[in-house]
Design a protein around this ligand. Structure first.
Ligand code: HEC
Length: 186
């Protein structure tokens, strides 16, 4: 074996090794990434010694819990300005200026505490007319959470506001739409 041939063989051996280890490294890198997991798990906060268990911790959360108590609890500190911004979602169907003719939905000026289905000249669904009662904060919270669940057969095609915070803020804004704004609960 002359010097030249030896160099050739050594070269190809090196090449083969590089290929083997290179490929192995690349495979390992990919496998490593696809199995990525957080390196640690956050421990559940342990309740303080002797402390009462967190409210509702004992029972499992129902699939569609009634959010109304939460909305009412948020009302005293609700943000009507934020509610006004969220109200843009409603404006596709509702006007809210005093004296304006209704559009797709009834005019919402002065809606808080007004009897349901009572805006003059608006053609309400039979379901809405049959519901009865006034638009109290509580009734608004029930309705705006999931209109079609609360009043099956309503003409209001709106899936509902996503969070109790949004609901409270919108209701606080509705309360301002009156000559004498309806005071929020303290
Ligand atoms: C796609 C159109 C549409 C959207 C969006 C919509 N509404 Fe309505 N809304 C209606 C219609 C139509 C009615 C009448 C329902 C009926 O007669 O069953 C209604 C009724 C109501 C009523 C009852 C009023 C009354 O006079 O009895 C309230 C309160 C109300 N909507 C609030 C809201 C709020 C707040 C939003 C936004 C978060 C909203 N709506 C979004 C169409 C809409």
């Amino acid at each position: 074996m002359d010097q030249f041939e030896f160099t050739k063989i050594a070269g190809s051996v090196l090449c083969a090794l590089l290929l083997i280890f290179g490929t192995k490294t690349i495979i390992e890198m990919n496998v490593g990434h696809s199995h990525e997991k957080p390196g640690f798990e956050l421990p559940a906060p342990a309740p303080a010694e002797g402390a009462a268990p967190a409210e509702g911790a004992a029972e499992a959360a129902p699939v569609d819990k009634d959010e109304t108590p939460e909305v009412l609890a948020l009302l005293p500190k609700a943000n009507a300005d934020n509610g006004k911004a969220i109200f843009k979602k409603c404006q596709g169907c509702h006007v809210s200026e005093k004296g304006k003719a209704p559009t797709v939905g009834p005019n919402l000026w002065d809606v808080v505490n007004r009897p349901k289905a009572s805006f003059p000249g608006f053609n309400y669904s039979a379901a809405m007319k049959a519901k009865g009662g006034d638009w109290s904060f509580e009734e608004l919270a029930h309705f705006l959470h999931k209109p079609k669940t609360y009043i099956p057969g309503t003409k209001m095609v709106f899936s509902g506001l996503p969070t109790p915070n949004d609901e409270a803020d919108v209701i606080a804004y509705l309360a301002t739409l009156a000559d004498t704004p309806v005071p929020l609960p303290k």
